[in-house]
Design a binder for this molecule. Structure first.
Ligand SMILES: [Zn+2]
Length: 261
Protein backbone atom coordinates (compact mmCIF):
# COMPACT_ATOMS: atom_id res chain seq x y z
CA UNK A 1 0.00 0.00 0.00
CA UNK A 2 1.32 3.41 -0.84
CA UNK A 3 1.49 5.80 1.98
CA UNK A 4 1.06 9.30 0.66
CA UNK A 5 2.98 11.82 2.59
CA UNK A 6 0.85 14.55 4.04
CA UNK A 7 1.71 17.84 2.48
CA UNK A 8 1.11 20.03 5.34
CA UNK A 9 3.58 19.97 8.14
CA UNK A 10 3.75 23.57 9.02
CA UNK A 11 4.90 24.91 12.26
CA UNK A 12 2.05 23.45 14.17
CA UNK A 13 3.61 21.00 16.45
CA UNK A 14 5.69 21.57 19.45
CA UNK A 15 5.37 18.92 22.05
CA UNK A 16 5.82 15.78 20.09
CA UNK A 17 9.20 14.88 21.39
CA UNK A 18 7.74 13.46 24.54
CA UNK A 19 6.24 10.58 22.69
CA UNK A 20 9.33 10.01 20.67
CA UNK A 21 7.46 10.06 17.45
CA UNK A 22 8.33 11.49 14.16
CA UNK A 23 6.07 14.19 13.02
CA UNK A 24 4.93 13.46 9.57
CA UNK A 25 2.12 15.53 10.89
CA UNK A 26 -1.05 15.50 9.00
CA UNK A 27 -3.92 17.72 8.68
CA UNK A 28 -6.66 15.82 10.14
CA UNK A 29 -5.57 13.38 7.83
CA UNK A 30 -3.35 10.49 7.18
CA UNK A 31 -4.80 8.93 4.10
CA UNK A 32 -3.51 5.52 3.22
CA UNK A 33 -4.54 2.83 0.83
CA UNK A 34 -6.76 0.92 3.22
CA UNK A 35 -10.42 1.30 2.61
CA UNK A 36 -12.23 -1.07 4.89
CA UNK A 37 -11.66 -0.14 8.46
CA UNK A 38 -13.49 -2.38 10.81
CA UNK A 39 -15.40 -1.13 13.73
CA UNK A 40 -14.26 -1.03 17.27
CA UNK A 41 -12.48 -4.04 18.58
CA UNK A 42 -12.69 -5.85 21.80
CA UNK A 43 -11.34 -4.35 24.90
CA UNK A 44 -8.29 -5.56 26.63
CA UNK A 45 -8.32 -5.42 30.35
CA UNK A 46 -8.33 -1.73 30.72
CA UNK A 47 -6.93 0.08 33.63
CA UNK A 48 -9.56 2.53 34.57
CA UNK A 49 -8.91 5.84 36.14
CA UNK A 50 -10.82 7.10 39.07
CA UNK A 51 -13.61 8.31 36.91
CA UNK A 52 -17.21 7.35 37.36
CA UNK A 53 -18.42 4.30 35.60
CA UNK A 54 -20.64 5.18 32.69
CA UNK A 55 -24.22 4.79 33.68
CA UNK A 56 -25.83 5.11 30.32
CA UNK A 57 -26.59 2.06 28.28
CA UNK A 58 -27.17 4.12 25.23
CA UNK A 59 -24.68 2.62 22.87
CA UNK A 60 -24.98 1.59 19.33
CA UNK A 61 -23.69 -1.45 17.59
CA UNK A 62 -19.92 -1.43 17.59
CA UNK A 63 -19.71 -2.54 13.99
CA UNK A 64 -21.79 -0.25 11.83
CA UNK A 65 -21.85 -1.31 8.24
CA UNK A 66 -24.59 0.79 6.82
CA UNK A 67 -24.74 4.55 6.80
CA UNK A 68 -27.17 6.14 9.17
CA UNK A 69 -29.53 8.53 7.45
CA UNK A 70 -29.43 12.08 8.64
CA UNK A 71 -33.02 11.96 9.70
CA UNK A 72 -34.62 14.98 11.23
CA UNK A 73 -31.57 16.29 13.03
CA UNK A 74 -32.05 20.02 12.71
CA UNK A 75 -29.46 22.73 12.56
CA UNK A 76 -29.02 24.18 16.03
CA UNK A 77 -29.91 27.82 16.56
CA UNK A 78 -26.89 30.06 16.70
CA UNK A 79 -27.26 33.77 17.26
CA UNK A 80 -23.55 34.56 17.26
CA UNK A 81 -22.19 36.98 14.73
CA UNK A 82 -19.37 39.46 14.45
CA UNK A 83 -17.23 39.60 17.57
CA UNK A 84 -19.28 36.86 19.18
CA UNK A 85 -17.69 34.40 16.76
CA UNK A 86 -14.51 34.75 18.79
CA UNK A 87 -16.00 32.07 21.03
CA UNK A 88 -17.61 28.79 20.01
CA UNK A 89 -21.28 27.97 20.30
CA UNK A 90 -21.94 26.26 23.61
CA UNK A 91 -24.60 23.57 23.66
CA UNK A 92 -25.37 21.65 26.84
CA UNK A 93 -22.18 23.06 28.26
CA UNK A 94 -20.04 21.82 25.40
CA UNK A 95 -18.31 23.83 22.69
CA UNK A 96 -19.57 22.82 19.26
CA UNK A 97 -17.63 23.74 16.17
CA UNK A 98 -18.66 22.35 12.81
CA UNK A 99 -19.74 23.49 9.36
CA UNK A 100 -22.85 25.17 10.72
CA UNK A 101 -21.20 26.74 13.74
CA UNK A 102 -17.79 28.18 12.93
CA UNK A 103 -15.56 30.44 14.97
CA UNK A 104 -13.56 33.41 13.79
CA UNK A 105 -9.82 33.73 13.60
CA UNK A 106 -10.02 35.65 16.88
CA UNK A 107 -10.75 32.43 18.73
CA UNK A 108 -7.44 31.19 20.04
CA UNK A 109 -7.70 29.43 23.38
CA UNK A 110 -4.65 28.94 25.51
CA UNK A 111 -3.18 25.55 24.87
CA UNK A 112 -0.32 24.02 26.72
CA UNK A 113 1.31 20.79 27.63
CA UNK A 114 2.71 17.93 25.70
CA UNK A 115 -0.24 17.50 23.40
CA UNK A 116 -1.18 21.07 22.54
CA UNK A 117 -4.67 20.91 23.96
CA UNK A 118 -6.41 23.08 26.50
CA UNK A 119 -5.02 22.14 29.94
CA UNK A 120 -7.91 19.93 31.05
CA UNK A 121 -7.90 17.98 27.80
CA UNK A 122 -4.13 17.79 27.74
CA UNK A 123 -4.07 16.27 31.19
CA UNK A 124 -6.81 13.79 30.30
CA UNK A 125 -5.05 12.78 27.12
CA UNK A 126 -1.83 12.25 29.01
CA UNK A 127 -3.60 10.00 31.50
CA UNK A 128 -5.18 8.06 28.65
CA UNK A 129 -1.89 7.54 26.87
CA UNK A 130 -0.30 6.38 30.12
CA UNK A 131 -3.10 3.90 30.80
CA UNK A 132 -2.87 2.59 27.26
CA UNK A 133 0.84 2.15 27.64
CA UNK A 134 0.28 0.09 30.78
CA UNK A 135 -2.00 -2.12 28.74
CA UNK A 136 0.66 -2.50 26.08
CA UNK A 137 -0.88 -0.07 23.62
CA UNK A 138 1.34 2.67 22.25
CA UNK A 139 -0.86 5.53 21.14
CA UNK A 140 0.95 7.95 18.91
CA UNK A 141 -0.04 11.57 19.19
CA UNK A 142 0.07 13.49 15.92
CA UNK A 143 -1.57 16.86 16.34
CA UNK A 144 -3.65 18.78 18.83
CA UNK A 145 -4.25 22.49 18.43
CA UNK A 146 -4.25 24.05 15.01
CA UNK A 147 -4.62 27.77 14.56
CA UNK A 148 -7.03 29.40 12.16
CA UNK A 149 -4.08 30.32 9.97
CA UNK A 150 -2.77 26.78 9.87
CA UNK A 151 -6.21 25.46 9.07
CA UNK A 152 -6.40 27.95 6.23
CA UNK A 153 -3.19 26.61 4.74
CA UNK A 154 -4.24 23.01 5.26
CA UNK A 155 -7.63 23.36 3.65
CA UNK A 156 -6.06 25.19 0.74
CA UNK A 157 -3.50 22.42 0.32
CA UNK A 158 -5.11 19.18 1.46
CA UNK A 159 -3.30 15.86 1.11
CA UNK A 160 -3.54 14.83 -2.52
CA UNK A 161 -4.80 11.38 -1.61
CA UNK A 162 -8.15 12.88 -0.74
CA UNK A 163 -8.69 13.95 -4.29
CA UNK A 164 -11.96 15.73 -4.87
CA UNK A 165 -13.22 14.59 -1.50
CA UNK A 166 -10.83 16.64 0.60
CA UNK A 167 -13.62 18.83 1.95
CA UNK A 168 -15.04 15.77 3.67
CA UNK A 169 -11.80 15.29 5.58
CA UNK A 170 -10.27 18.71 6.01
CA UNK A 171 -12.25 21.44 7.71
CA UNK A 172 -12.42 24.95 6.40
CA UNK A 173 -10.78 27.58 8.59
CA UNK A 174 -12.97 28.35 11.56
CA UNK A 175 -14.77 25.02 11.30
CA UNK A 176 -12.24 22.77 13.00
CA UNK A 177 -12.32 21.66 16.60
CA UNK A 178 -8.57 21.56 16.44
CA UNK A 179 -8.77 25.34 16.69
CA UNK A 180 -10.45 24.88 20.06
CA UNK A 181 -7.63 22.79 21.47
CA UNK A 182 -10.19 20.05 22.06
CA UNK A 183 -9.37 17.67 19.21
CA UNK A 184 -6.47 15.34 18.80
CA UNK A 185 -5.34 13.11 15.97
CA UNK A 186 -3.71 9.84 16.88
CA UNK A 187 -2.12 6.85 15.23
CA UNK A 188 -0.28 3.64 15.89
CA UNK A 189 3.11 2.60 14.66
CA UNK A 190 1.42 -0.37 13.09
CA UNK A 191 -1.22 1.61 11.26
CA UNK A 192 -2.15 5.18 10.53
CA UNK A 193 -5.04 6.90 8.82
CA UNK A 194 -7.58 4.53 7.32
CA UNK A 195 -5.44 1.61 8.53
CA UNK A 196 -5.54 2.74 12.12
CA UNK A 197 -8.69 0.66 12.81
CA UNK A 198 -6.66 -2.50 12.26
CA UNK A 199 -4.47 -1.78 15.25
CA UNK A 200 -4.58 -2.73 18.91
CA UNK A 201 -4.31 0.92 19.79
CA UNK A 202 -7.51 1.73 17.95
CA UNK A 203 -9.39 -1.08 19.68
CA UNK A 204 -8.16 0.08 23.04
CA UNK A 205 -9.19 3.64 22.39
CA UNK A 206 -12.62 2.63 21.20
CA UNK A 207 -13.13 0.64 24.36
CA UNK A 208 -11.67 3.11 26.80
CA UNK A 209 -11.44 6.66 25.50
CA UNK A 210 -14.78 7.65 26.96
CA UNK A 211 -13.54 6.99 30.47
CA UNK A 212 -11.01 9.77 29.90
CA UNK A 213 -13.54 12.12 28.37
CA UNK A 214 -12.75 11.52 24.71
CA UNK A 215 -15.07 10.46 21.90
CA UNK A 216 -14.53 9.34 18.35
CA UNK A 217 -15.75 12.49 16.66
CA UNK A 218 -16.45 11.32 13.11
CA UNK A 219 -17.76 7.74 13.24
CA UNK A 220 -18.20 5.53 10.23
CA UNK A 221 -21.45 6.04 8.36
CA UNK A 222 -22.28 9.42 9.92
CA UNK A 223 -21.09 11.72 7.16
CA UNK A 224 -24.56 13.09 6.57
CA UNK A 225 -24.67 14.25 10.17
CA UNK A 226 -21.13 15.36 10.82
CA UNK A 227 -20.22 16.53 7.35
CA UNK A 228 -17.07 14.45 7.43
CA UNK A 229 -16.04 11.02 6.38
CA UNK A 230 -14.99 8.43 8.90
CA UNK A 231 -11.92 9.63 10.75
CA UNK A 232 -10.79 6.82 13.02
CA UNK A 233 -7.83 8.92 14.14
CA UNK A 234 -9.70 11.99 15.34
CA UNK A 235 -10.82 12.21 18.97
CA UNK A 236 -12.62 15.05 20.67
CA UNK A 237 -12.49 15.88 24.35
CA UNK A 238 -15.95 16.38 25.87
CA UNK A 239 -15.22 15.50 29.49
CA UNK A 240 -16.03 12.31 31.33
CA UNK A 241 -19.63 13.18 32.08
CA UNK A 242 -20.66 13.68 28.48
CA UNK A 243 -18.43 10.89 27.24
CA UNK A 244 -20.13 8.48 29.64
CA UNK A 245 -23.29 8.87 27.58
CA UNK A 246 -21.36 7.66 24.56
CA UNK A 247 -19.81 4.66 26.20
CA UNK A 248 -17.44 2.11 24.69
CA UNK A 249 -17.31 1.53 20.93
CA UNK A 250 -19.93 4.19 20.39
CA UNK A 251 -20.92 5.47 16.99
CA UNK A 252 -23.03 8.24 18.43
CA UNK A 253 -22.05 11.62 17.06
CA UNK A 254 -21.65 14.76 19.08
CA UNK A 255 -24.41 16.32 17.00
CA UNK A 256 -26.81 13.51 17.87
CA UNK A 257 -25.88 13.80 21.52
CA UNK A 258 -26.48 17.54 21.47
CA UNK A 259 -29.75 17.15 19.62
CA UNK A 260 -28.85 19.10 16.50
CA UNK A 261 -26.19 19.72 13.97
ZN1 LIG B 1 -8.33 15.77 13.44
Amino acid sequence: MPRPRPLSRRSLIGGAATLGISLAASGCSIPTGGTTPSGGGASASASKPGTPTPTSTQTRSPTPTTPTPAGPLAVLPDAREGDALAAPLIVKGLPLINRNHPVSKAFAPAVAGDYQLIPEADKAFGAMVAAAKKAGRAIVWRVGYRSYATQTELSANPPTAYGDDADRFVAKPGQSEHQAGLAVDVASKSGTGTRFPTTKEFAWLRANAHTYGFILRYPDGKTEITGYHYEPWHYRYVGVDAAAAFGPNSTLTLEEYLGGR
